[in-house]
Write a protein that binds this ligand. Structure first.
Ligand code: 13P
Length: 259
């Protein structure tokens, strides 16, 4: 087992100043563990200042989104080419991008490819909605999103990818992360197996074994240890709870104590 990955998706929270103060506080509490990789995904505006502030041996940075064209007349977008060297990872196809901003499968596929082309590890987010779950379509949705999202990659490129299983119904609004329904560790294990099965089918066994799979959706300091008992998971993608120093440090500790 490699390092356990804990990605903090701050979504559209924290000003540049607040982000800096938060990381300063976090740094006093959270330790650097050899077996845990801590990744912060702030708003794009914070990437540059945080990159100057952080100890890069302790934290890595991730973009929450990127655009697949390198440059040009694309108002409001930030390209993988512009993020190159600044971030190690980029979230791609997050459910809020899919359902709030109506991102299409084709965009997601192009973004995954652009990330890889620019030396950024894509964190492809997949997962079913509540209605799809009720209708027993979870496996099919995962299949479709994996096949489509990774279609432009070679087997070697696909090995580097991280896939996050984030069932849409389990994602909190941010402040309600503690009371919100989450998947069970059993659901996450089943989805992780399904993700690896699809990847094996597309790229072969070796790639399927190397791809890292995360769970996200109302993870917090109290339930993270439970998810991390799932050997099929390589880590967690956390929203609301990652905005709290105490919750964050509990999750990191549970990742450290994993083995
Ligand atoms: P919550 O942890 O707030 O449910 O958010 C999950 C998520 O969307 C992380 O990308």
């Amino acid at each position: 087992m490699g390092k356990t990955l804990i990605i903090a998706n701050w979504k559209m929270n924290f000003t540049v100043h607040e982000a800096s103060v938060f990381l300063h506080k976090l740094d006093k509490v959270v330790q650097n563990h050899r077996n845990v990789e801590m990744v912060i995904a702030p708003t794009a505006l914070c990437l540059q200042p945080l990159s100057i502030q952080i100890d890069h041996a302790k934290y890595k940075l991730a973009a929450q989104n990127l655009y697949w064209r390198d440059e040009g007349a694309f108002t409001g977008e930030v390209s993988a080419h512009q993020l190159r060297g600044l971030v190690k990872y980029a979230l791609i196809g997050h459910s809020e991008r899919r359902y709030v901003f109506h991102e299409h499968e084709k965009d997601i596929r192009n973004k995954v490819q652009a990330a890889v082309r620019n030396g950024i590890i894509p964190v492809l987010c997949v997962g079913e909605t509540a209605a799809e779950r009720t209708d027993g379509e979870t496996d099919m949705i995962i299949h479709n999103q994996i096949v489509s999202g990774l279609a432009n990659l070679t087997a070697d490129e696909a090995k580097t990818v991280v896939v996050a299983y984030e069932p849409v119904w389990a994602i909190s609004k941010g402040k309600d992360f503690a009371g919100h329904a989450s998947a069970t560790p059993g659901d996450a294990a089943k989805a992780a197996r399904s993700i690896r099965r699809q990847i094996q089918h597309l790229f072969g066994r070796e790639t399927a074994q190397e791809v890292r799979v995360l769970y996200g959706g109302s993870v917090n300091g109290s339930n993270s240890a439970g998810f991390l008992t799932v050997t099929e998971l390589d880590g967690l993608l956390v929203g609301g709870a990652s905005l709290h120093v105490d919750e964050f440090s509990k999750m990191v500790k549970s990742a450290h104590d994993r083995r």
